[in-house]
Design a binder for this molecule. Structure first.
Ligand code: NI
Length: 255
């Protein structure tokens, strides 16, 4: 089996005690690559650090919409320095979150725009977090020309109509544990209909464990449950689906 977890937060305190065991289980489950995703300056630094310690872990650096109000030119420069490091393969997670609104909307938009500019400057794809903000996310992608670098709509939050818009804008959909939930009919429909080359798999660990582990701490090894569920939904061979989605991620991140 060849799997890729395109969205992990292994630097979060939930993994402090047993990270080496978590990584060992991931290897055993067929996880060949992980991208550890930053949410602020500190976690971006820790992501780079993880990527330097483990040959099969890569890093993404960025400031999450929750922390957008802290984003300024100084942080932009810092992020730029970080993003130039070896094994940093994306800018993210960046975007808009109108569900929690921890930062004011205008500041979220500004930080999102500035980090798209950064990604374009460096030629890196972006990893987008979109919660209850589809219209503005798509609008900003278009206005800033983010389709030039493309990326992933992480934990894909939309329906088939939105999925098609994302594909047209050069964005893949990140599919995680939520696809296994009973109430995820719209997402399951998207996964059924999406071209194989537009899907990547992820965990968002420690959050969003797939069934049958829902509610427990998530970890990269659990991508295997999401892969199995999605492959069955599509009527695809599991090995082939895993291999193809891994290839999509490798291509995007230029690994
Ligand atoms: Ni995340």
């Amino acid at each position: 089996m060849e799997l890729f977890d395109t969205h992990a937060h292994l630097d979060f305190p939930e993994f402090k005690k047993d990270l080496s065991e978590v990584l060992e289980r991931s290897r055993k489950a067929g996880i060949k690559y992980i991208v550890n995703v930053g949410v602020d300056v500190e976690s971006s630094l820790r992501s780079v650090d993880l990527s330097q310690k483990h040959s099969w872990i890569y890093a993404s650096v960025g400031v999450h919409p929750h922390d957008a109000q802290k984003f300024d030119e100084e942080i932009y420069d810092l992020m730029k320095k970080l993003a130039e490091k070896e094994k940093v393969v994306a800018v993210g997670e960046i975007g808009l979150d109108y569900y929690r609104n921890f930062s004011p909307e205008n500041q979220q938009k500004e930080a999102f725009r500035m980090q798209i500019v950064l990604a374009k400057e460096l030629g890196l794809p972006i990893i987008i977090h979109d919660r209850d903000a589809h219209r503005d996310v798509l609008k900003i992608i278009k206005e800033e020309g983010a389709q030039d670098v493309g990326g992933i709509m992480h934990c894909f939050p939309g329906d088939w109509k939105m999925a098609k818009e994302c594909f047209d804008l050069n964005f893949l959909i990140g599919i995680g544990g939520t696809v296994t939930f009973k109430k995820s009919a719209a997402l399951q429909e998207v996964v059924k209909r999406a071209p194989t080359d537009m899907i990547v798999l992820e965990t968002d660990c420690p959050y969003l464990s797939p069934e049958p582990l829902r509610g427990r701490r998530n970890e990269p090894a659990n991508v295997k449950y999401t892969a199995k569920f999605a492959a069955e939904l599509r009527g695809d061979d599991l090995e082939e689906f895993s291999y193809r989605t891994t290839l999509n991620a490798k291509k995007l991140f230029r690994i």
